[in-house]
Design a protein. Structure first.
Length: 172
């Protein structure tokens, strides 16, 4: 190899290495971005699954109370419990009433179930909220058809104002 050729090719290998390093870096950033998006989609899927499980859990509780009342045409009046038990640290506390160790009337059991269910909802979903809507009311003001609507904040997309939601309809 002549002296002239050596001068022209000196530093060329270093340039190749820098370009290869740049391409690999961009590729690794792409892989990291895919991993992050995959985790976000998994989180969205997890919250939707939890909302579905919570809705079916409440549906089972409503049906159980309906059968405990002897399938009578009594308005079960499922409403959002108020006020929510919030402790001094701002954390939602476990409901005080208990039907675990003592017998309860169907009305007390219904209130106990609702307290526990709403505690689970707020503990499981970010900014979780629910509506229990009797629909439609009959002429006597009693319904045997409920719509359970669960909504929560989508933590993946902060720019999204509309909450995610899941609706389940129940016919007794």
């Amino acid at each position: 190899m002549t002296n002239q050729t050596k001068k022209l090719s000196s530093g060329f290998t270093l340039l190749e290495i820098l370009i290869a390093l740049l391409i690999i870096s961009i590729g690794l950033l792409g892989v990291a971005s895919l991993q992050i998006r995959g985790q976000q989609f998994n989180q969205v899927s997890y919250f939707r699954t939890q909302a579905t499980l919570l809705a079916y859990d409440l549906m089972d509780r409503i049906r159980t109370n309906y059968y405990l009342m002897g399938k009578t045409r009594v308005n079960l009046a499922y409403q959002v419990p108020t006020p929510v038990n919030v402790g001094p640290s701002g954390v939602i506390e476990q409901p005080v009433s208990t039907c675990d160790n003592q017998p309860c009337s169907p009305q007390t059991l219904m209130n106990y179930d609702l307290d526990n269910w709403f505690y689970s909802l707020r503990d499981t979903l970010p900014e979780g909220q629910a509506q229990i809507v009797p629909d439609p009311l009959t002429s006597d003001g009693i319904s045997n058809h409920y719509r359970i609507i669960i909504s929560w904040k989508d933590i993946v997309d902060d720019n999204k104002d509309d909450p995610e939601s899941y609706t389940l309809e129940l016919q007794l």
